[in-house]
Design a protein around this ligand. Structure first.
Ligand SMILES: O=C(O)C1=C[C@@H](OP(=O)(O)O)[C@@H](O)[C@H](O)C1
Ligand SMILES: C=C(OP(=O)(O)O)C(=O)O
Length: 432
């Protein structure tokens, strides 16, 4: 069911705000998967609690792990024997539909996977083919997509596999995250157009090494995980830097200033690239010990960008481009047609409906800013479309966001944080 429409607030003055973001989806879901088969109890400190991570926690519980809330904010994960005869709801989460099957392959018995209607169109074919090569028995309807059933025998042979991961880096991360538990470990060769979202693979490799795995990523397009036990984790989850993007972008749109505390000095999160993007657009971007501050007193301009490594930033950057001075070209993101929705088509349609001149290319968008008029901004069950629409709404009073609740995929508190950033709650409090 769709949530009620939301008229996103316009900004009547430059924003000057500090916005603390919850934890990273990508880190939380990697840590959960690693913890579910580690050699002891793991603690995740301040993990993200959103639809994608709650689905991941529930998937792991159904496979026999215990994931418990402790001390308010943390998760304790106790591994269990991987059990079969389970049914997993992937929602629309790429991380659940890609990371859990290689783990479920070690169950004794059948594990059935399905998800939201659109999840059934997201690419899975190369991931299923790779698992079969590694010795896993899978029933599907031949479309290379959800739903499917994995018929585990309690162990996976593993070994060497060649995969075309040009549709998603998650195919590689998924095999790496479980490969240490396979009899022969796993060696993955990518063969195809360049793999997108490379920082996400680096994140996987770093998380595995932190858990004691022996990983070789020294050759391009080849990754090897040796078989062996993983250590339990005790990890602090960094704030989600991709979810920080719309808030930082709000500083540009309103010629204001936004600080995100806790911005890591070193990170593998692809969202860190937002610093370079905003800098190129003309913002002042300052990373200090206490956080990242972005300000843009003099406005901002369009850019020519390759977002292949940080493609999840595309919706917010495209919205920003529609409000910039001069045209923007976004390249290198053909694969985001397979994200939560066909993001290139959705952005061209919705920014176009507002009045922007947007052309879809084979691998991106050309955006020429024009005067925009308010309209209903459709979100296609895509959390990042909600964020993109809200950004436009700052500058175009009266933009109505359809189904804002879909933002709960990664940031259930988005509309509250957005209002807080604009000072609305303070204003409401005064008038009450
Ligand atoms: O591994 C991950 O956590 C992710 C990898 C990327 O997927 P793609 O490689 O499919 O773009 C990214 O876009 C997604 O939001 C999260
Ligand atoms: C592409 C995204 O998510 P997923 O993990 O479902 O692929 C995203 O968060 O932008």
């Amino acid at each position: 069911m769709l949530s009620a429409d939301w008229t996103s607030p316009a900004a009547d003055r430059p924003i000057d705000a500090t916005v603390a973001l919850p934890g990273s989806k990508s880190l939380t879901n990697r840590f959960l998967v690693l913890a579910a088969r580690a050699g002891g109890v793991s603690r995740l400190r301040a993990p993200l609690r959103s639809r994608d991570t709650l689905l991941m926690a529930e998937a792991l519980r159904r496979l026999g792990a215990h994931v418990e809330d402790v001390d308010g904010d943390d998760w304790l994960v106790t591994p269990g024997e991987i059990s079969g005869e389970a049914s997993i709801d992937c929602g629309l989460a790429g991380t659940v539909m890609r990371f859990v099957p290689p783990l479920a392959a070690m169950a004794r018995g059948a594990v059935h996977f399905d998800g939201d209607p659109h999840a059934r169109t997201r690419p899975m074919g190369p991931a299923l083919a790779a698992l079969r090569t590694l010795g896993v028995d899978i029933d599907d309807d031949g479309r290379g997509a959800l739903p499917f059933t994995i018929r585990g025998t309690g162990r996976v042979r593993g070994g060497s596999v060649t995969i075309d991961a040009s549709a998603s880096s998650q195919f590689i991360s998924a095999l790496l995250l479980s490969g240490a538990h396979y009899d022969d470990g796993v060696t993955i060769h990518h063969d195809g157009k360049p793999v997108p979202s490379q920082p996400h693979i680096e994140m996987t490799v770093e998380a595995l090494r932190d858990a004691g795995a022996d990983v070789d990523d020294s050759d391009a397009n080849t990754w090897r995980v040796e078989p062996g036990p993983l250590n339990p984790l005790d990890v602090q989850v960094e704030p989600d830097l991709s979810n920080a993007a719309p808030f930082l972008a709000a500083a540009l749109v309103t010629k204001g200033r936004v600080t995100v505390p806790g911005w890591p000095q070193h990170t593998t999160q692809a969202g860190d690239d937002i610093r370079d993007v905003l800098d190129e657009m003309g913002a002042d971007v300052h990373l200090a010990r206490d956080g990242l501050t972005v300000s843009a007193p003099d406005g901002f301009s369009g850019v020519d960008l390759d977002l292949h490594d940080a493609s999840e930033l595309t919706p917010v950057v495209a919205a920003l481009a529609a409000l910039a001075e001069g045209p923007t070209i976004i390249r290198g993101v053909a694969h985001i047609r397979g994200h939560e929705t066909d993001r290139l088509a959705a952005l061209a349609q919705e920014l176009g409906a507002l009045g922007a001149d947007v052309t879809e290319t084979e691998d991106g968008l050309h955006i020429i800013p024009r005067p925009l008029s308010p309209t209903v901004f459709h979100t296609y069950a895509d959390h990042r479309m909600v964020m993109a629409g809200a950004l436009i709404g700052l500058a175009v009073p009266g933009v109505v966001i359809e189904d804002p609740g879909t933002v709960a995929k990664t940031l259930p508190t988005f509309t509250r944080l957005w209002a807080d950033m604009l000072g609305e709650r303070a204003a409401e409090g005064r008038s009450a």
